[in-house]
Design a protein around this ligand. Sequence first.
Ligand code: ME8
Length: 514
Amino acid sequence: MSDRFFVTTPIYYVNAEPHIGHTYTTVLADTLTRFERMRGRETLLLTGSDEHGEKILEVAKARGEAVATVAAHYSDLFRETWSELGIGVDRFVRTTDPQHEAVVSDVLQRLFDAGQIDFREYSGLYCVGCERFLTDRDLEDGLCRDHERAPEERTEANYFFRMSDHFEWLKGYLTENPEFLQPERYRKEALAMLDAGLGDLCISRPKKRLDWGIELPFDADYVCYVWFDALLSYLSGIGYPDGPDFESWWAASTHLIAKDILKPHAIFWPAMLRAMGLAPPHRLAVHGYWNVDDRKVSKSLGNMVSPRAMEATYGFEVFRYYLLRDMVFGVDSNFTEERLIARVNADLANNLGNLVSRSLNMTGRYTDGRVPPPGALGPAESRVREAAEAAFPAVEKAMASLQTHRALEAIFKIVDTTNRYLEEKEPWRAAKDPDRAQDVQTTLYTCCEALRITALLLAPFLPEHSSEILCRIGYERRLEEARLPEDLAWGGLAVGAETVKGAPLFPRIETAES
Ligand code: ME8
């Protein structure tokens, strides 16, 4: 295992506010970095804003504002949203940053000098939504599949990156490295795109039509195609070409994307990198779409689900938990508020929240508000301990393929087992019998220790609530210093630590029906 972990989200377009889809990818990236940090790796999370291109210009025109003003407004909105929601962004790249623009310009010049870029005339169907020329496969009834709008017929003299020179190599790479592109279905899809026959990549736009972009260093009448510019943010954000840490971060890179942008990431990007003499990213991981109430998320339907609105109504961590628990990585998922409420009430309020409040209520009443000394573990305690010890390998395995729902299932097995254990031991009854004082102490120690292990494992998913649980059971190690799996060893909780009952951690969400 490399000692570094570098994860990227797509850099988002600055034409709309962050919604559930952007939030999911970014939350997932944050969860992965927290998990890897706890495993002792140095981590870096890169996100940013994709600011050039026709799409942004259209929005600015419609608003009657300068394009740079609109881009800055939305870029700030993304950056502030992630920061307010507690997402640990290490690098936020704006494609209008001079440092990024210099990298793009330098790459263009080098590829041009190396004969990787040609000048030719091209006619085709262009979709402004996708910011690219479409192929037959992108069309349904003459409309762009993704944007449901008619593309425009365009003929232009343009610069082309000789992408097809790299296709034979790319086919081989995708075939021989099954772990590179996950899940498997998207690797197959990428191979099918190559088989269907793709041409070279048009990487310029004439300024007379579009001047909102990075000027080509070898022809001042053109700007660079927005995707060619945007993909390079993954390098400019880590100090390419000669930053001291560039190579080690790049070797440890995971790109997270949704299936909408598979082609630029699985085809354009590896070819561009090869032409530049760089290896592909370590891993490209592709998730499905969040739909809302069974419909595609779209501005026109107004069903965008804003993370800030979710925060105001439910608290952000609860929403975050739902996103990570309900989506099966790689497959589409359907958001409804009813499902969110049902999930949160079942898992967080009734299950975990209840275990925390019962356990700490009882340490308050029966063991002086302190973690009691345990006696010898009996078979019932051993079952709890075994559940706690079984969780990490399952979590580790699930996280390797980004199946956060499985990781959470594994962690909640500890909570289920401990709740059953409490029902079996009935410490509230035992507390009435002075001869069973040791029993009560063992039971409450076992519960607090199970909660400690649960909270450590949950920390990447629910950072604030996990930290609160650890605080309430008197665990002194700070979360930032905690290490997995070392700190999961049974018996890590200090006897005599002060416990605090506190307010309900996850209040039940009441609805009109409940
Ligand atoms: O494509 N479900 O930016 P973008 C799940 N600027 N994820 C979703 C989603 C949904 N319904 N909608 C959006 C771009 N996403 C380019 C990227 S990268 C060099 C350039 C997430 O603002 C998901 O991560 O359209 C998707 O890939 C991304 O937002 C697209 O964001």
